[in-house]
Design a protein around this ligand. Structure first.
Ligand SMILES: [Zn+2]
Length: 292
């Protein structure tokens, strides 16, 4: 529209030029004022994004596909094409339906997953999902032992090495190294069988009940995450670490990836699950934002 007015102004007579110029300037100013308002409101709503642009982002989520790993009893991810191609009106159009269990792929466990009165996924406060994080790397032990249990010593070692306590309000990520096996079910889960009978075949590292209890009683963490299918190890029968953490409203992120790209400290996590009302868990897009 501006182009048309400018072009038009070129053909008006010289004596009218002055008036036209003033009108044009007024017009340009009104556009500028509009633009300014728009920019200001955008700035306030995307402040975090703009701040993050200068910092390195690491994607900690696996994609959802027909390879996505699910708990052996859970319904797997399915994508059905509704339409894909050129419509009779001439434009291209693509849309799908998808279905999935809550607990599969990179997902969150909400407190209500193991605690009757616990928060559902839509009720987890954003403060628990976004914030300062640390990483505890136990991969040198866990990669040699698929039943490895992360214990109090692993946390003490981290604190000694980093010369600090696990800071209050941290999101704690546990790196076992197992994400490098994903999506090979035999290596990652211990079995490629499915169904109730396959549960006892599960072998992958997890957090010990003692470790979970120590975190809850002696440290103050906001959330926890791991690069295996479950915060409890594969051979767990009572899922004690789930119960201990979730009963303190500490949500758990499972099936994470790319933890090897993170430092031991000095980064933030943004973990935003699908907001399913009453959900016990949900697919999770989780990223790390590295400190500069
Ligand atoms: Zn889960």
């Amino acid at each position: 529209m501006l182009y048309v007015i400018a072009k038009h102004s070129l053909v008006i007579k010289f004596k009218k030029m002055k008036t036209s110029l003033i009108l044009l300037l007024l017009f340009l100013f009104s556009i500028y004022a509009c633009d300014d308002r728009r920019t200001t409101s955008q700035d306030s709503s995307t402040a975090l994004h703009e701040g993050a642009l200068g910092r390195k982002l690491v994607d900690l989520s696996h994609v959802y596909s027909d390879k996505t790993i699910y708990w052996v009893t859970a319904k797997e991810f399915k994508l059905d094409t509704v339409f894909k191609g050129r419509t009779d009106k001439g434009f291209y159009y693509s849309a799908n339906n998808f279905s999935t269990a809550e607990h599969g792929g990179t997902h969150i466990d909400a407190p209500i997953h193991f605690v009757e009165e616990g928060q559902s996924v839509d009720e987890i406060p954003l403060e628990k999902l976004i914030g300062k994080a640390i990483k505890v790397d136990v991969s040198s032990k866990a990669m040699n032992n698929s039943d490895y249990l992360i214990n109090i010593d692993d946390f003490m070692e981290w604190e000694t090495r980093e010369k600090t306590k696990i800071p209050n309000g941290s999101i704690v990520l546990l790196q076992t190294g197992f994400s490098k096996y994903y999506p090979d079910k035999i290596k990652y889960l211990g079995t490629d069988e499915r169904g109730e009978h396959a549960v006892q075949e599960l072998h992958f590292p997890g957090l010990s009940a003692e470790g979970a209890e120590w975190l809850v009683e002696h440290r103050n963490i906001n959330a926890i995450g791991i690069d295996t299918p479950s915060i409890d190890y594969g051979q767990s029968e009572y899922f004690k670490s789930h119960v201990i953490l979730l009963s303190q409203n500490i949500p758990a992120f499972e099936n994470l990836t790319n933890l090897d790209k993170l430092p031991n400290k000095g980064f933030e996590i943004i973990a935003l699950p699908m907001k399913i009302q009453g959900g016990s868990g949900a697919p999770l897009r989780i990223i790390a934002v590295l400190d500069e």
